[in-house]
Design a protein around this ligand. Structure first.
Ligand SMILES: [Zn+2]
Ligand SMILES: [Zn+2]
Ligand SMILES: [Zn+2]
Length: 329
């Protein structure tokens, strides 16, 4: 274990630990919003940020975080206001990010191989200043992600309803994108910009195999991400391969191992409750028969238009009458 006595190794371990916690925490909300590849797009943009840092002789980490946040906001604006060409606009940003990065690195008098450490991670590149920036950024992301988890989840789960219930959906969407941008920069040294998205998404997918609850998924993904990051970094140090690839392959191995378990759990659930939707509807029908209450415009419960029907917010849940019964969602 002599390797652990090196300072760069201790720095890298702290960075990996925080990355392993922060990336899946933010990734949980991205997966919920079906934006699994957002982190990947931001990672591409951050390449240009790193190159700008090299060109201007300032900190690549600082330049990367600023460019990544700007890119994340642009993506969010395009997503919100763009029409059918939205995915094309995103693709242009991704390619522009990589091409701009390689071009600017050349202008800075460096070969493209200088970028390698940033693209795929390198344990020897974490300096004391980098570590300080990493710790501050990662802890900020974790505090915001966990502190606002219920709101962020509500917005990710059902933006239409969250908006009607008074949450500022646009603000929270941009907040999550900005957190993704910061996380990408934090992960740059250990996982690398091209593979960071995997650490945001795969542990979440793995945790979802074993649990359907939001909190359990969030916690499980963070534990898995942490184990994969630290173990991957240690392996890469002893075998001398890029840490990013090792970390990502470990997360994929975890997903592969839990797949059969998840399949068994899903099968059990199906057998245990073949008609869950009907059971829920029945339970609410009974509940409303007991309180002798028919929801209506003046019933005192908050009415929220939702697609082709109206939901009623009631005792912390919401549901809509459908014919003779109530569906909760
Ligand atoms: Zn009512
Ligand atoms: Zn509804
Ligand atoms: Zn009710």
């Amino acid at each position: 274990m002599s390797l652990l006595s090196y300072q760069f190794m201790q720095y890298a371990l702290v960075a990996a630990l925080l990355t392993g916690l922060a990336a899946p925490a933010v990734g949980t909300f991205l997966v919920q919003r079906r934006l699994s590849l957002l982190g990947d797009g931001i990672g591409h943009i951050a390449v240009t940020g790193v190159a700008l840092g090299l060109l201007t002789g300032t900190s690549p980490t600082l330049a990367a975080v600023l460019v990544a946040i700007a890119g994340a906001v642009v993506i969010e604006v395009i997503r919100t206001y763009g029409r059918s060409g939205g995915d094309v606009a995103l693709a242009l940003i991704f390619y522009g990010g990589i091409a701009g990065g390689v071009l600017l690195t050349g202008l800075a008098g460096q070969g493209p191989n200088v970028l390698y450490a940033y693209l795929f991670g390198s344990i020897t590149t974490v300096s004391g200043t980098d570590l300080l920036v990493t710790v501050i950024l990662a802890v900020s992301v974790l505090v915001i992600a966990l502190g606002l988890a219920p709101r962020l989840f509500a917005v990710a789960q059902d933006p239409e309803f969250a908006r009607a219930a008074g949450l500022r959906v646009g603000f929270y969407n941009i907040l999550v994108s900005a957190m993704a941008a910061v996380t990408v920069t934090v992960a740059m040294r250990t996982v690398g910009l091209l593979l960071v998205s995997a650490l945001m998404v795969v542990p979440v997918a793995t945790a979802q195999q074993l649990s359907r609850g939001f909190r359990a998924t969030l916690a499980g993904a963070m534990v898995l991400g942490c184990i994969a990051s630290v173990a991957g970094l240690l392996i890469s140090a002893y075998v001398d391969v890029a840490p990013g690839a090792t970390i990502v392959l470990l997360t994929l191995a975890g997903f592969g191992l839990t797949w059969p378990v998840g399949a068994v759990i899903r099968r059990r659930r199906r057998i245990a409750s073949p008609f869950p939707a009907d059971e829920v509807a029945e339970a609410y029908e009974r509940a409303h028969a007991a309180e002798d209450h028919e929801h209506g415009p003046d019933c005192g419960h908050r009415a929220v238009p939702h697609g082709d029907h109206v939901d009623y917010l009631h005792d912390g849940h919401r549901h809509a009458p459908h014919g003779a019964h109530y569906d909760e969602h």
